[in-house]
Ligand binder design. Sequence first.
Ligand SMILES: [Fe+2]
Length: 482
Amino acid sequence: MALMHRFHISQGNVTYSSRFLRSDSFVRNSEKERIVVSEFGTMAMPDPCKNIFSRFFSRFQIPSACVCATDNASVHFVKYKGDFYVSTETNYMRRIDPQSLETKEKVDWTQFIAVNSATAHPHYDREGATYNMGNSYGKNGFFYNIIRVPPPGEEDKGATGDAADLSGAKVICSIRAAEPRKPSYYHSFVMSENYIVFIEQPIKLDLMKLMLYRIQGKSFNKVMTWEPQTETIFHLVNRHTGEESKVRYSAAPMFALHQINAFEDNGFLVMDMCCGDDGQLIGDFTLDNLRRTSGEEMDKFYNTMCRNLPRRYVLPLTVDQSAGPDQNLVTLRNYTATAMARRQGEVHLTHEELHDDQLLQYGGLEFPQINYERCNGRLYRYFYSCGFGHVFSDSLLKMDVNTKELKVWRHPGLYPSEPVFVASPGATEEDDGVILSVVITPREDKSTFLLVLDAKTFTELGRAEVPVNVPYGTHGFFNEMG
Ligand SMILES: [Fe+2]
């Protein structure tokens, strides 16, 4: 169940508070004293008080929160029109009060625009608009939609100021799924100053299995299939006009969850992301695997897992029709990624590794963060991330994408969450600021703490210890209160 944490930093003091999200799922599970609403990796237990038929009907007649989608928004804090919400990957979000962590109303995307879901990783432009992606399906097929929610004040329609307001939200582009019954799963996307890139990857959602899952109560990851016979397609969309490029950009099968950044460079779009070659990985993040005993068995399991590593792709924004087959269209010297012309209007991409061998000793890499305010969509030099030396992340990493130099914070037995970059007031350099991360440990002689690192040197500036157990978290958000 989603537990919201808050570290309030003021006048040199840090105060910690946490609160469970009072979602419908939370209330329903609490009443039954166990999990009765299926989640991404959790199968709801059948209710022993009901026979199989009543169980079937309970899933189809109880309001949609219990049947189709959970509102246990445990993935990320997001912001629309100045308001904070918590989000997962269903059609529901919950508005929250970032000061008191109070749960406000449930918001259903379908009441605002024709989408059935939205990711927990929207992007924000410098004017205050929020961009996200969500699915829609109907008799015309399955579509991946790019959504724009305007800045606060623009296109407000009678919002009272104390109610969820997504007025003015629009679908600016709909991309038809290559396979209508097996659309791709995606967790995030990239946005440059003028473009959004959506990756249609060979991790597929089997819609037929999804229907069955609703009846059988299987967890969501069971409906995903890895189909490496399918190419990965990059969809390039102009975010101002909503127009999709006519060029078909393909790449070898890949599995990506978190994108790092994208920027335009002299007629090319450069995009960086965390990628792996084996999408079976997504089925490995189960409680059963987590509960494996540590030591040799765990190491053996972990060492067979695919590790996501940072990669760079370079897309030519226009393709010269006279380009010959197998001509590399990436003409900028500072990139080794290639974009090979194929048939008319088709380009095949190969990536550049955005790391050297030094990274491999820290395992895979995920939860990338940048100096978002300054660098999102623009040329940048540094990203920060978690190193996965185990099923949990056990290091924090800073990568210089120009030199591939790595800075590392790692202490055995300490497990840090996503590093959140906060710029110094008046900073002039990209990495002038601090990194915040919540560090947990199973060691009884150590406590959980909020870690503060100097983002430039990656040395510890301080820590605020929390005298209670805190579960492992994923994404975080920094907000400067007035
Ligand atoms: Fe995520």
